[in-house]
Design a protein around this ligand. Structure first.
Ligand code: ARG
Length: 284
């Protein structure tokens, strides 16, 4: 436990090396295919993020990158994984559709029991974020609102829909970050007025990000309950986090930002089924 009383909980993440990373098409306002990318830089920046998670005690699995899928580094979009159940993404754009079979195979080969591809468009943890027992669900640019009902039925959890309105923040995980069981930080202007009201009511103590920090992708952060890994350019947000007793850790993922992604986009959390209580073991 830290001095502030916050505790880090070790996580299990799935990541994908940016071996084939590039910006060859544009499906969000960050992507400019005429701007060159440097593979070596994306690889070294990504490796630093990977190694940092390992240093923090998290377990990392890797999915093999696939040629001609330059956005596959953004593993958060591959699926939503909760209670051992895996809802594999259905991508909005054909450019990324080939990622779904790779995730279906990855989970099936490793013996995850309930694995299926979503019927309605949803881009995994890009738009679904678990806070406490509730799944927050973004829509407006990518995920189909009908995917919310589908997720509610598949996971048996309450789903709270939120509408995104600023194209720079096209996925929920670019506008809101889950910090702890019931704590979030977000950029209000990224949401519709109705969704802003919902957020203010549900999370009255949330950290509210300034536009400059949101534009530096500061909300695309990964928290373990104590350490919050976020783009180092989001200095204001780092200070706000430190004030609340978190330990912000800045990383440089400027190369991946050329595709509109940062730390959280590279990180898919794998949540296994809860271990059965030994006392309720029917074999005993
Ligand atoms: N270029 C990718 C896209 O537009 C970036 C995805 C970022 N991922 C995320 N979880 N926000 O789909």
């Amino acid at each position: 436990m830290s001095q502030s009383g916050r505790t880090a909980r070790p996580r299990h993440y799935l990541m994908c090396r940016p071996h084939y990373f590039d910006v060859r098409y544009s499906i969000n306002p960050w992507m400019d295919p005429t701007k060159p990318t440097v593979t070596e830089t994306s690889l070294s920046q990504w490796k630093r993020l990977h190694d940092l998670f390992v240093e923090l005690g998290h377990r990392i699995d890797l999915i093999e990158p696939v040629p001609d899928l330059p956005d596959m580094v953004f593993a958060a979009n591959g699926a939503t994984v909760l209670d051992g159940r895996v809802l594999v993404a259905r991508f909005r754009h054909d450019y990324r559709a080939g990622e779904s079979p790779a995730y279906l195979d990855w989970f099936a080969e490793r013996g995850w029991a309930e694995v299926r591809q979503a019927e309605y468009v949803n881009e995994g943890e890009g738009d679904f974020l678990l806070v406490g027992d509730t799944l927050l669900a973004g829509s407006g640019f990518r995920s189909d609102p009908r995917s919310q009902q589908e997720a509610q039925e598949f996971f048996g959890r309450q789903v709270l829909g939120l509408t995104l309105v600023d194209p720079r923040f096209y996925h929920l995980d670019t506008a809101l970050s889950v910090l702890d069981r019931d704590e979030v930080m977000y950029y209000p202007a990224a949401f519709s007025p109705e969704s802003r009201d919902v957020l203010a009511e549900r999370f009255p103590d949330a950290i509210l990000a300034e536009e400059a920090d949101a534009a530096a992708f500061g909300l695309n952060a990964v928290s373990d309950g104590l350490h919050v890994v976020l783009p180092e350019q989001a200095r204001g947000l780092a200070a706000q986090l430190a004030e609340r007793g978190f330990e912000p850790i800045g990383v440089d993922l400027s190369e991946l930002l050329k595709a509109g992604g940062s730390a959280k986009c590279c990180t898919l959390e794998l949540r296994p089924a809860p271990e059965p209580l030994s006392g309720s073991d029917p074999a005993r």
